[in-house]
Design a protein around this ligand. Structure first.
Ligand code: AMP
Ligand code: ZN
Length: 470
């Protein structure tokens, strides 16, 4: 099966055909760096990583651009509320620049732990002010803008198909947005440039044609940076479903109004939320969010979270719980043990048709809009297969892992520390001399250190326990 992806624009699963041969331009909305990413945000980046790996699996070249939002994102999508960066700076008594730097680095550490393939270009909004101003000027020349109350706005009434991604019913729109900002001519108009700060102590400000010390609205950065690096039309744009009605809708409006080329982006892909209970999404504004290091403190490996996310297709809500995380940890642990066993397997007669059948099955599932839960099921089916040789299974697993990204190729046999081996040897001696009580005490000691010990014909076997982090 060739690659099919669910395009939010058409609300259907479509055959993926890139604009140019085998090269794909991919833009993913990156983190707003005023706090740690919660594991809901990380679900979004994991889905995009699986997408990118699937494109590689299908022999495409991928130019992946991700932005870092370090300016302009207010707490409300309707250009009102607090400045997120300023809120972070006040909370931690640091400058906004320090906050941006700190949380960008923290995000990159998480990304590495989750085995995310880094984007080709990681670009900060604050490094691209010139490009954002130029794009606003282009819109101004085409009369898509107006200045009111100290801000430059995008006039959505000038664009016939405004709101097509979200299928907004513009006639039935509420007054809520205009009430919050009386300068807007139409409820969905949005700020392109704040000509002067609404906030005291605003540190991030730049001179522009509209005033000496302003800053960009949130949406313009993604249009300016994606087009700078990927051209005026490109293949795929991703983000969470919360971006459909405002952020991505406004990105499309700005970009298509500026270039006159439609569609700006061919495929729009959006992930569903990580939720705490049905309908309750994990959010930075709520006080209920969990970050990756919290999971680590509770004894989970970051890849346990990756495995957990793979268990649900990206367009389905995913319910978080520590019980479900423990299930993912056990499954991954079992997988690691099996892979290490298979790694040692000697070559045996090959069964190419069966090998091909598994690969085809995996390919069809992952190409069916990234059906990772089914792909995982195929992986377990393969592990239980009694016909294929260990070597063939190992080769296939590594192939599957090019998409799943569970780091199977890099797995190494866990080195058992010398003091644990010494205890196991003492236990063996106690058993040989029939001192069962001592043997049992030593076994308990070994378990307490996070290992298990079993008897074999040669003596003993020590392993790291299944429920400890690897
Ligand atoms: P932000 O740092 O707020 O710009 O968000 C980064 C990404 O996380 C965006 O693509 C959001 O749509 C996405 N996101 C936010 N909350 C969740 C959630 N609970 N589950 C999944 N994705 C989310
Ligand atoms: Zn964006």
């Amino acid at each position: 099966m060739s690659l099919h992806l669910f395009n939010t624009l058409s609300r259907t699963k479509e055959l993926f055909i890139p604009l140019k041969d085998k090269s794909v331009g991919l833009y993913t909305c990156g983190p707003t760096v005023y706090n740690y990413m919660h594991i809901g945000n990380l679900r979004s980046f994991l889905f995009e990583d699986i997408l990118k790996r699937t494109l590689f699996f299908n022999s495409y070249k991928v130019k992946h651009v991700m932005n870092i939002t370090d300016v302009g994102h207010l707490t409300s999508d309707a250009d009102t509320g607090e400045d997120k960066m300023l809120t972070g700076a006040q909370r931690e008594k640091k400058t906004v620049w320090e906050i941006a730097d700190f949380y960008t680095k923290a995000f990159l550490v998480d990304a590495q732990k989750l085995n995310l393939i880094p984007p080709k270009i990681l670009c900060k909004a604050t490094d691209h002010i010139k490009e954002q101003i130029a794009l606003i000027q282009r819109l101004e020349q085409k009369r898509f803008t107006y200045v009111a109350g100290g801000n430059v706005y995008f006039d959505t009434s000038k664009l016939a198909d405004y709101g097509k991604l979200a299928r907004l019913d513009l006639k039935a729109q509420t007054k809520a947005r205009t009430e919050k900002d009386s300068h807007k001519r139409n409820p969905h108009d949005f700020v392109l440039w704040f000509t002067k700060s609404k906030f005291q102590e605003q540190e991030m400000k730049w001179p522009s044609p509209w005033g000496p010390a302003g800053y960009p609205g949130w949406h313009i950065e993604c249009s300016a940076m994606s087009m700078k690096y990927l051209g005026e039309q490109f293949d795929i744009h991703c983000g969470g479903i919360d971006h459909i009605p405002v952020h991505h809708t406004n990105e499309i409006a700005q970009s298509e109004a500026a270039t006159g080329k439609k569609p700006w982006v061919k495929y729009w892909l959006h992930n569903e939320f990580l939720v705490l209970s049905p309908g309750e999404k994990m959010a930075k504004s709520g006080n209920n969010f969990v970050i990756l290091s919290t999971l680590e403190e509770k004894g989970f490996h970051p890849l346990d979270y990756r495995y957990f996310c793979l268990g649900t297709q990206y367009r389905m809500p995913l319910m978080f719980s520590y019980e479900a995380m423990a299930g993912a940890r056990n499954a991954r642990k079992k997988l690691v043990e099996k892979v290490l066993e298979l790694k040692k397997a000697k070559k045996r007669k090959e069964n190419l048709p069966l090998s091909k059948k598994y690969l085809q099955q995996f390919n069809d599932q992952i190409n069916d809009d990234l059906n990772t839960p089914q792909a995982l099921a195929t992986m377990w089916e393969l592990l239980k297969d009694e016909v294929l040789s260990g070597k063939e299974k190992y080769t296939l697993l590594l192939k599957f892992d090019e998409v799943l990204g569970l780091g199977l190729q890099k797995l190494k046999e866990e080195k058992i520390p010398a003091h644990v081996i010494k205890l196991a040897q003492e236990r063996l001696h106690a058993r040989n001399t029939k001192d069962w009580q001592k043997a049992d005490e030593l076994r308990q000691k070994i378990i307490g250190l996070g290992y298990s010990v079993g008897d074999t014909t040669e003596g003993y076997e020590v392993k790291k326990s299944a429920n400890g982090p690897s």
